[in-house]
Design a protein around this ligand. Structure first.
Ligand code: NZQ
Ligand code: ZN
Length: 385
């Protein structure tokens, strides 16, 4: 296993009714800005629960953070922060709201010319407002990690800083009952691919990491379809298992001490940046193609995945690997997400533009071996047609 240091300081408040706990989790003298999205929290009662929990706090709100949050919109929050002297942020929503709030947290205290510079030019984030969150969509892991993704003019770019890790995250599975099937699917698939990005590389004999990752993959394969099936979709145990799996998939634990890939995400971000396709639906298209094109570099782990996740022990190595890829695609299809570019009406003609964007964004040496050059990304996109 590789050397690592691991620290995750986010306090997890898991379970039904835990929104109440934010009244104690946020200092009483804080001036809080509650940030949220397009209004789902008003329709499902989460807003009222948050308002009740903050009844003894001074708080303001900033709404309208959109899926795949944009720089232009997030910058508007700074007006309210300055006007009210806000010193604490509470994100209430899915990954987009949490990510957007991370951007706001850093932008509010940024001393340079333009906060976009800490994304596009990699300027260090030296300070950020403290934040907590109430997660309403299990998917990204943003609720307890240091990363975020923000889009400006079609450029969807990641950034991260230890200063952006939420201080606490409320994970109440009951608030996920109002999710549409599409968002449930997206969340399960995103968490699955996060796990794969940290697992399906090359072996460094990280047994604990591998087996944690396998437990997350098996849980998502088992529980994901139940969250879509009529007779089990309202089962809070199903929702709770998915929620905890999604947090664990990207809270730093399974990726500590092992190589990581992330080429699927970086290629997939270009599909969202250019065509607005939901994040998870770009991952389900790109991952199977990465598994095919990077087969030799990932051979040992693909065989381990085939055996431990899909019980494939018969036949020669290539047959087992091919079958494991097919079963991964079948799982995605069962989760009602696309697995080919053609499923989202994209064709070969669009590939040049995507490769150009990847290159512009410096995504030219991706993957655990830094071997995914623009030419390899092209092969991956061709395999995804
Ligand atoms: O805006 P509202 O009205 O809240 O509606 C949202 C939104 O339309 C709705 N929703 C959320 N919770 C709901 C609900 N509807 C009903 N009931 C609920 N309980 O769901 C829609 C999608 O929300 P969004 O936050 O966009 O989804 P998700 O959590 O999948 O986040 C996706 C974003 O996270 C980024 C993605 O790139 C994308 O921008 N990622 C962040 C990562 C990180 N910070 O570590 C890693 C990921 O790989 C990912 O890149
Ligand atoms: Zn993701």
């Amino acid at each position: 296993m590789l050397n690592f240091s691991f620290q995750n300081t986010t306090k997890i408040l898991f379970g039904e009714g835990q929104i109440k706990a934010i009244s104690k989790a946020i200092p009483k003298d804080a001036k809080v800005l509650v940030t949220y999205g397009g209004g789902s929290i008003k329709a499902n009662g989460v807003y009222e629960q948050v308002a009740a929990a903050l009844s003894e706090h001074t708080w303001f709100e900033f709404s309208g953070i959109e899926p795949n949050p944009t720089y232009a919109n997030l910058m508007k929050a700074l007006v309210s922060i300055r006007e009210h002297d806000v010193d604490y942020l509470l994100a209430v929503g899915g990954g987009s709201v949490v990510d957007g709030t991370k951007f706001i947290a850093a932008a509010a205290l940024y001393e340079g010319d333009d906060p976009w510079d800490f994304i596009a030019k990699g300027q260090p984030i030296k300070q950020a407002l403290p934040m907590g969150c109430v997660l309403t969509l299990p998917a990204t892991g943003s609720e307890s990690n240091t990363g975020a993704v923000v889009t400006r003019d079609g450029n969807k770019l990641p950034f991260s800083s230890p200063l952006l890790r939420p201080l606490f995250a409320v994970l109440d599975p009951a608030v996920t009952l109002s999710l549409s099937d599409r968002q449930i699917s997206n969340g399960v698939v995103d968490a699955f691919v996060h796990t794969m990005e940290q697992y399906l590389t090359y072996s460094v004999n990280g047994k604990v990491q591998d087996r944690f990752a396998e437990s997350l993959l098996l849980t998502l394969i088992e529980e994901g379809p139940k969250a879509l099936a009529a007779d089990t979709k309202n089962d809070l145990d199903v929702r709770g298992n998915i929620m905890w799996a999604a947090t664990m998939a990207l809270n730093g634990l399974i990726g500590s001490g092992v190589p990581q890939d992330w080429s699927t995400h970086m290629i997939a971000h270009e599909l969202t940046g250019a065509y607005g396709i939901d994040h998870a639906r770009t991952l389900s298209i790109v991952l199977p193609a990465v598994m095919k094109i990077r087969k030799e570099a990932k051979r040992d782990k693909l065989l381990q995945y085939a055996q431990r996740i899909w019980n494939l022990t018969d036949g020669d190595e290539d047959t087992r690997i091919q079958r494991a890829i097919e079963l991964t695609e079948q799982f995605f299809t069962a989760m009602q997400v696309p697995t080919r570019l053609s499923h989202v009406d994209l064709a070969e003609a669009q590939i040049d533009g995507l490769i150009e964007k990847l290159t512009q964004h410096g995504m030219v040496k991706l993957g655990e071996h830094k071997a995914v050059t623009p030419d390899v990304s092209r092969e991956i996109l061709v395999a995804a047609l």
